[in-house]
Design a protein around this ligand. Structure first.
Ligand code: FAD
Length: 499
């Protein structure tokens, strides 16, 4: 939607094919029995001055209906210990000292320094990985500009390219001197693991230090809720596409990109239509994108030598890719005080593969999300993909039993945060990776993008000059803000090359 809106504004004749009946995919909001549930993503970042969503809003003349969420979330390490993730830096410093002690401060100082350097670099919208000599040149120019604007002092950060966040924690662990300090550092590791799982898809011992430091900064950069739900972003983009003369066709599933002489000429749909096209952007993971190309285009998809040298990857759902198990609840709002924080992460190491769950309530000030005196709640947990498909193959009973077990475990954990939740439930729906495949078209229901454990795992967006990838498989990866940044970069390059 981001790339289509930008291209439509630049004067291109744009048609968006969306197989679903509402926009947004993993960051969409769906209506059910008087509620508006966020389907996956719930908190949106990048709206701070100069941030990617702010830049996008300026470029498209959209004023986002975003409302800051402070604290960004509450992390429930145990029933008694809750860490408030404040965007306000002074409050956050007090909070982290209280929970993790003075010993952890060198870690936090490293994280903040590194994140500041990386975010300032990311805001230059670097084209990573470069896919041509022109892009090497552009990357070089952007890098030099960044160095000139103060990046030089942060250059040392890049010596950490091979280290993990876990290595950084180990470093401070070696200096602990008392059992109380050891306990605080255990808590630090639990906290970081949980935060990285949602922001980088892997724990500290795996997450690349550079990515991890930036991912840990998300709450501090400020997150917010959109009026009407997270789908409000995609809905605003659709409006912009339409206002610029573009078309958004819902219920229209692209099935093949047809080509002549290595160039796309049309997109066929499962509904039997054919849309002539000389530029195609596929908002899909690479494994789904490749299956949509005719043989001519598959042959034309030749990674550039830098990409080949950087990684030897196969185009498939990665073995370590995560799925999400979701529970959507419409509840009687009387069990939740109006001042109650909206987002919570609950750690449950003893059950669920994701070792916890994330839950977000609709804001009390947004009547569009739920009937009077009620609230909409979205809960998610990381889950392995394959067992869901095995259960599905074993039959409806097995699959439904598994869904029921997960729902019960999620409700148990959520009761810790919202006592009385079970008795307040008015509507409840559950979704597994099978549901995700059905609603987003992502094979096996793989969501959240690649684990951020390697600098070169993400794809470059260019397949040919007329065929591009957008979405969370291309740099800089997962999250609505990162997907928007990736799409802005693609449009910048397309306009340079083809205009
Ligand atoms: C449970 C969960 C929680 C998350 N929480 C957050 C969060 O709080 N904050 C955040 O910033 N990010 C969060 N994320 C990540 C974020 O949602 C994603 O990174 C981002 O939305 C991915 O966008 P995308 O465009 O790459 O893919 P998608 O969201 O999958 O969009 C692809 C779109 O293409 C459509 N489509 C697919 N195939 C076809 C076809 N053949 N023809 C036509 N249309 C097709 C789909 O219907 C869909 O609308 C979360 C993700 C999940 C799963």
């Amino acid at each position: 939607m981001v790339s289509s809106a930008l291209l439509a504004k630049a004067g291109w004749k744009v048609t968006v094919l969306e197989r679903n009946h509402y926009p947004g995919g993993c960051a969409g909001t769906f209506a059910y029995q008087g509620y508006r549930f966020d389907a996956g993503a719930t908190l949106a970042g990048g709206f701070y001055p100069g941030g990617p969503m702010h830049q996008l809003g300026e470029a498209l003349d959209i004023s986002w209906d975003i409302h800051p969420v402070e604290p960004a979330m509450v992390v429930h390490l145990t029933k008694e210990q809750k860490v408030y993730c404040w965007a306000d830096s002074l409050r956050w410093q007090q909070e982290r000292r209280q929970h993790f002690g003075e010993n952890a401060e060198p870690f936090w100082r490293w994280q903040e320094r590194t994140a500041a350097g990386l975010w300032s670099f990311a805001e230059c919208n670097p084209n990573w990985p470069p896919q041509s000599w022109v892009e090497v040149n552009t990357l070089g120019r952007k890098g030099l500009k960044w160095l000139g604007q103060g990046g030089l002092s942060q250059l040392g950060l890049f010596t950490a390219v091979r280290q993990t966040v876990g290595d950084k924690i180990d470093k401070i662990e070696r200096s602990k001197s008392s059992s109380a300090q050891a306990d605080s550092l255990d808590k630090l590791r639990q906290f970081i693991d949980a935060q990285l799982l949602i922001a980088a898809q892997c724990p500290a011992e795996e997450a690349l230090a550079l990515y991890g430091a930036a991912a840990l900064e998300l709450a501090r950069r400020g997150v917010g809720c959109l009026r009407g739900g997270i789908g409000g972003m995609a809905e605003a983009l659709v409006e912009m596409i339409q206002r610029s003369g573009g078309v958004v066709e819902y219920g229209s599933e692209a099935s093949q990109v047809r080509s002549e002489k290595g160039r796309p000429i049309a997109v066929e749909t499962a509904q039997g239509t054919s849309i002539p096209a000389d530029l195609v952007l596929l908002n899909l993971p690479p494994n789904d994108a490749v299956s949509m190309l005719d043989t001519g285009l598959q042959a034309a998809w030749k990674p550039w030598w830098i990409e080949k040298a950087l990684s030897r990857r196969e185009i498939k759902v990665p073995n370590d890719g995560w799925g999400a198990f979701m529970v959507y609840i419409g509840l009687d709002g009387s069990v939740v005080p109006d001042t109650f924080p909206l987002a919570h992460q609950v750690l449950r190491p003893e059950s669920l593969e994701g070792h916890g769950l994330f839950l977000t309530l609709s804001p009390p000030w947004d009547p569009s999300r739920a009937p009077s005196r009620c609230r909409a709640l979205t809960m998610s947990t990381h889950t392995e993909l394959e067992p869901w498909w095995t259960a599905r193959r074993q039959g409806k009973d097995v699959y439904e039993r598994r869904k029921h077990q997960y729902t019960e475990q999620m409700l148990d954990a959520a009761e810790q945060v919202i006592p009385g939740l079970r008795s307040a439930v008015k509507v409840i729906l559950a979704g597994s990776p099978v549901t995700y495949q059905r609603f987003t078209g992502r094979s096996k229901g793989w969501v959240g993008g690649y684990r951020q454990n390697c600098l070169t795992r993400l794809w470059g967006p260019r397949i040919t000059d007329q065929l591009w990838l957008v979405g969370d498989s291309i740099f800089p990866g997962q999250s609505t803000a990162a997907v928007a940044m990736g799409a802005m970069r693609v449009v910048e390059v397309i306009l340079q090359r083809l205009s």
